[in-house]
Design a protein around this ligand. Structure first.
Ligand code: ADP
Ligand code: MG
Length: 331
């Protein structure tokens, strides 16, 4: 049975005087216990709104949420704020992009961790302090005892992200959602944080939803990958299938815009032309049509459905021919 089951999730932002904006549209996916699932797409494709909606963290006013999100046997979308807060603290952890704004600047790192341990795992202050030092040690912070009494600003971005991961794991969540956890960090630190995350989730059998605009990140981490475009999932496949033969022209384009180590010297990268602002409405046709090299008349006039195709889910009238796919070895 799935740990998390997202069915037909929709989020429409409505503000007085503006046209309603559909940020997430009919998104369905599930996460098995211990599995790592990727949610990938360009900035603005609806990844963060999806994760905030399923964690119950979108503002009540102005955001209309539809569909269903079940975690184990509980429907999350209809829980009260208090029930949801409790559930979040206990079973669902989250790591955000910006580690500084997620930490309280005027409270020591130790207190920010022990607070969680006392509230959600019923520890005494003393027990919590011991456990907090252990957690900091596990996320690779040297001299954890001393760190406990320090403040967030005394640490670098990479260190702060380690602290946030420690806090997220403090409750031993069954599911961790990491939203662009390394985007704000240096490239060398990114790799360390990713391998740390990957080690921790496999050691503790925690399921992970990895949200990123970077296909290179999911290549090394995820069992299953959902590619989002304009608020909808356009392709979903097992990692290997996706990288071996991506079928959606958007996924294909993303893969071709990743620098490859074995590319001939001087070979230019092929970026996807245009930007998300060129999208047409999904109601009208395929939102990606204006940027798509494969687009034909049907793409401009008929919204493609998400359908099983070639061992994956695909929303496309004119998928990439099999012979044209980029191979995983190329990454
Ligand atoms: N609170 C909000 N009110 C109105 N529009 C929003 C709000 N939050 C996000 N959006 C819009 O929803 C779309 C998806 O945003 P987001 O999920 O943050 O994208 P990303 O894939 O980069 O995480 C964007 O066009 C964004 O401008
Ligand atoms: Mg985002």
């Amino acid at each position: 049975m799935a740990l998390l089951d997202v069915r037909d999730l929709g989020v429409v932002f409505k503000r007085k005087g503006t046209r309603p904006f559909t940020a997430v549209d009919g998104v369905s996916f599930s996460v098995e216990p211990g599995q790592t699932v990727g949610l990938v797409g360009e900035s603005g494709s609806g990844k963060s709104v999806t994760s905030l909606a399923l964690m119950g963290l979108l503002p009540k006013r102005g955001a209309e949420i539809s569909g269903s999100v079940t975690f184990e046997d509980t429907e999350l979308l209809t829980l009260s704020d208090k029930q949801l807060r409790d559930r979040r603290g206990r079973d669902l952890g989250m790591v955000f992009q910006d580690p500084l704004s997620s930490l309280n600047p005027v409270i020591t790192i130790g207190l920010q961790i022990t607070e969680v341990l006392e509230r959600h795992r019923g520890m005494s202050r003393k027990e919590a302090r011991v456990e907090a030092a252990e957690l900091l040690d596990r996320v690779g912070l040297p001299d954890p005892q001393r760190r406990l009494d320090e403040y967030p600003h005394q640490h670098s971005g990479g260190m702060r992200q380690r602290v946030l991961i420690a806090i997220a794991l403090a409750c031993r969540p069954k599911l961790l959602i990491a939203d662009e956890p390394t985007t704000a960090l240096d490239v060398t630190i990114q790799a360390q944080i990713l391998s740390l995350l990957s080690d921790l989730v496999s050691e503790t059998d925690t399921a992970l939803i990895m949200i990123t605009h970077d296909l290179g990140i999911v290549a090394g981490l995820c069992d299953n990958v959902n590619v989002m475009y304009g608020g909808r999932i356009v392709e979903r496949a097992a990692r290997h299938d996706l990288f071996e033969r991506s079928r959606h022209p958007y996924t294909h384009g993303l893969l071709q815009s990743i620098p490859r180590l074995n590319a001939p010297r001087g070979e230019p990268l092929t970026p996807i032309r245009g930007s998300v602002s060129d999208n047409i409405e999904w109601e009208q046709g395929c939102a990606f049509a204006p940027r798509c090299p494969n687009a034909t008349d049907v793409c401009w006039s008929e919204p493609p459905e998400l359908k099983a195709d070639d061992g994956r889910m695909l929303r496309c009238h004119n998928p990439v021919a099999l012979g044209d796919a980029v191979t995983e070895g190329a990454l």
